[in-house]
Design a protein around this ligand. Sequence first.
Ligand code: SF4
Length: 76
Amino acid sequence: MASCDVSGPCFFYNHLVPDKPHTTEYLRKQYCEGELFTECALHWIAKTYGMAKVPKYLYPDDIYEIPDFEAEEIRL
Ligand code: SF4
């Protein structure tokens, strides 16, 4: 059961990542179903810009990718 309040439409939470199943399972336990969801990179973007702006390549712990994301991918 997810702790995260945006797990319903979250691509990472709802899709398999076939090449990294163990990493994905670990991150889901720590972030999506644990207490770290407020520190998740995808959560931050979803809450700030909307879930539609969350890139499918991001992982929850890619928090340091956000500055690049903001510079290149936000089109407001
Ligand atoms: S990846 Fe992030 S935004 Fe998605 S369900 Fe997990 S904690 Fe929430």
